[in-house]
Ligand binder design. Structure first.
Ligand SMILES: *Cc1c(COP(=O)(O)O)cnc(C)c1O
Length: 398
């Protein structure tokens, strides 16, 4: 191995760059998770996560990747053979649907085009047709990380209410939490699923469920087998700041630090505005190159990542390989149906204007090296947007 000088640019849409402060917070001795010192840590992270989810309800923290919290959301609220309505926004929605099948649920998958978000009208129509009220839950991925499309969860809630349907609403926010505006209580979400390694700026290894009273009620009757994922013991220990089994103590040190930075120092609304601004600058670069953003509805553009469609016949993974080897910059691969056709630029987490410009410069040079037909000036377009306060005010007012 030879040493590569300078920092690696980790611009995949998760895991994201972990701030030095968070790394230093993690680099401390592990303490007794049943001792008195632990309770203050536990209480701080549960309280902080409630503020991130915007909920007065309950939060559970698992020592697991996001996939674990997906499973927890399903097994705690549903019973074998239950029908669930899921929406095919892209690769992650497809994986969640496959998990529901494996768990013995009956997922009905509303087809999507991988360029737009969950369609509230289609959901309302399907729920209205469910006269016997067999559908027990509606599952939506808030920010589909394979396509860079953000679904309108408030509108999905209104669709469920308009149909007068009692189904629970389960939402995956793994790549939007603490990057894109999200309101668990206000939007009437029953279970929100989150993960540590994206907007929360932590290493992988923690995941979350935020739980409404209605979901808690449903969990008392839910019959899917569960042990590790069971909410009951978690919720019995968490008011005192404890866990029923060994938590990922050092990651919780990191979480406490990250929550302070996001909630108290920068402020969540500023965090959201920063992500929107970087997403807009990225789209301006992509268009100046003459390339296409995969997301097709401007109301649903993701603020945490942008998926870029290459011209037919160009191999996106070869492009990513060139960019990694030449510039030490990691970009997201195309997943599922769009494999090889798109690359994804992650602009979430601990990120600023110059990290974006460096990332876009790596893309522009790599696109040229890979022989992608290109107009120059993408980086310049992003720079003019970032440097022009007026453009940004216009955009914020729009
Ligand atoms: C990353 C991601 C997941 C998977 O999370 P893991 O931590 O890899 O298990 C699920 N859903 C979405 C939307 C994601 O971005």
């Amino acid at each position: 191995m030879t040493y590569r000088a300078g920092r690696h640019f980790l611009q995949i849409p998760g895991p994201t760059n972990v701030p030095d402060r968070v790394l230093r917070a993690i680099d401390r001795p592990t303490i007794d998770h049943r001792g008195p010192e632990f309770a203050a840590l536990g209480k701080a992270v549960f309280e902080g996560m409630k503020r991130v989810f915007k909920t007065q309800g309950r939060v559970v923290i698992y020592p697991a990747s996001g996939t674990g919290a997906w499973e927890a959301a399903l097994v705690n609220t549903l019973s074998p053979g239950d029908s669930v309505l899921m929406y095919e926004t892209g690769h992650f929605a497809t994986l969640w649907q496959k998990m529901a099948l494996k768990l013995g649920l009956k997922p009905e998958f509303l087809a999507g085009d991988w360029r737009t978000g969950a369609d509230p009208e289609a959901i309302e129509k399907r729920l209205r047709a469910d006269g016997e009220r067999r559908i027990r839950a509606v599952c939506v991925v808030h920010n589909e990380t394979s396509t860079g499309v953000t679904s309108r969860i408030g509108a999905v809630r209104r669709a469920i209410d308009a149909a007068g349907h009692p189904a629970l609403l389960l939402v995956d926010t793994i790549s939007s939490l603490a990057s894109i505006d999200y309101r668990h209580d206000e939007w009437g979400v029953d279970v929100t699923v989150g993960g540590s390694q994206k907007g929360l700026m932590l290493p992988p290894g923690l995941s979350f469920n935020a739980i409404s009273d209605k979901a808690l009620e449903a969990s008392r009757a839910a019959k899917l087998p569960k042990s590790y994922w069971g909410w009951d013991e978690m919720l019995a220990s968490s008011p005192a700041g404890y866990f029923p089994y060994t938590p990922a103590t050092n990651l919780l040190y990191g979480l406490r630090e990250a929550l302070g930075m996001l909630l108290d120092e920068e402020g969540l609304e500023n965090v959201f505005a920063r992500h929107q601004r970087h997403a807009e600058a990225t789209r301006r670069a992509v268009r100046a190159w003459g390339l296409e953003v995969l997301a097709s509805n401007p109301e649903e553009y993701s603020a945490s990542l942008t998926a870029v469609l290459l011209p037919a016949g160009m191999d996106a993974d070869r492009l990513r390989k060139i960019i990694l080897e030449r510039f030490d910059l990691s970009l997201g691969t195309g997943l599922g149906k769009v494999a090889g056709r798109v690359f994804r630029i992650g602009h979430l987490g601990d990120f600023n204007d110059l990290s974006l410009i460096g990332t876009l410069a790596g893309c522009e040079m790599g696109l040229t090296l890979a022989g992608v037909p290109l107009q120059a000036g993408g980086v310049a377009a992003a720079m003019s947007f970032l440097a022009d306060g007026r453009l940004q005010e216009q955009r914020a007012a729009a």
